[in-house]
Design a binder for this molecule. Sequence first.
Ligand SMILES: C[S@@+](CC[C@H](N)C(=O)[O-])C[C@H]1O[C@@H](n2cnc3c(N)ncnc32)[C@H](O)[C@@H]1O
Length: 252
Amino acid sequence: VRRVVLVGVGCGHPDQVTVQAVRALNELDVLFLVTKESADDLAAFRREIVARHRSAGGYRTVELPDPPRPWRTAVDYAGAVERWRGQRAAAWEAAIRDQLADGELGAFLVWGDPSLYESTLAVIDDVAQRGQVAFDHEVIPGVSSIHALTARHRIPLNRVGRPVVITPARLVEDGLPEGVDDVVVMLDARGTFARIPADGIEIYWGAYLGTDDEILISGRLGDVADEIARARAACRARRGWIFDIYLLRRHR
Ligand SMILES: C[S@@+](CC[C@H](N)C(=O)[O-])C[C@H]1O[C@@H](n2cnc3c(N)ncnc32)[C@H](O)[C@@H]1O
């Protein structure tokens, strides 16, 4: 039977790759490389990870160009997302069927941890459900950007006996959820922290964690929001894209 593995490879530092991941990188026969028009750096990082941790050649690379994701403002957004998912599943199904032989191992390298705001696992599930090609699949955990953030700021993620919410930025545009004092914000395209009422809130912010361009800023939200906004704008201007994450911590 064909085997597919989703390997979490950490979120920027090549030493964040686990021993379990290195073993899979050395066993793989086919590297499935999902490429996006806008994210060349990420595909380059994945190639670099394999080059660094694999001791011998002898594997094939199959590129899977990702169709552009529909805009949230698209007419019939739900339908557009459904069609987009279908296109991806069909392309990945064909690649697994045609490029991976029975008994071989194919790997997808997934940024951070495969379970966190990542569609690779959902697409693989779609392919399995379509039932057109049989394969087994496995997930290898990776260091997520949440854990890279808390490690670099040397802070615990939760406070004793308290919950933590992990959320995309658009859901905290009107402030922190009721009853929760620790919120990890990801996927922030718009500097949402600057619009949240700052009273009593501390922010621990990190961009490009684990890379040579890493930036860390922390402090009272009201004191550092402008500095973070300036740092983000400068990064955007220089690299064209930004990866940042932050923890908002409310003190009562
Ligand atoms: C599509 S999600 C993928 C998350 C990934 N699976 C993980 O475990 O971190 C991308 C978001 O993760 C965060 N992120 C990922 N890598 C990061 C890094 N090196 N530095 C800062 N934020 C990062 C950002 O919030 C970014 O918008």
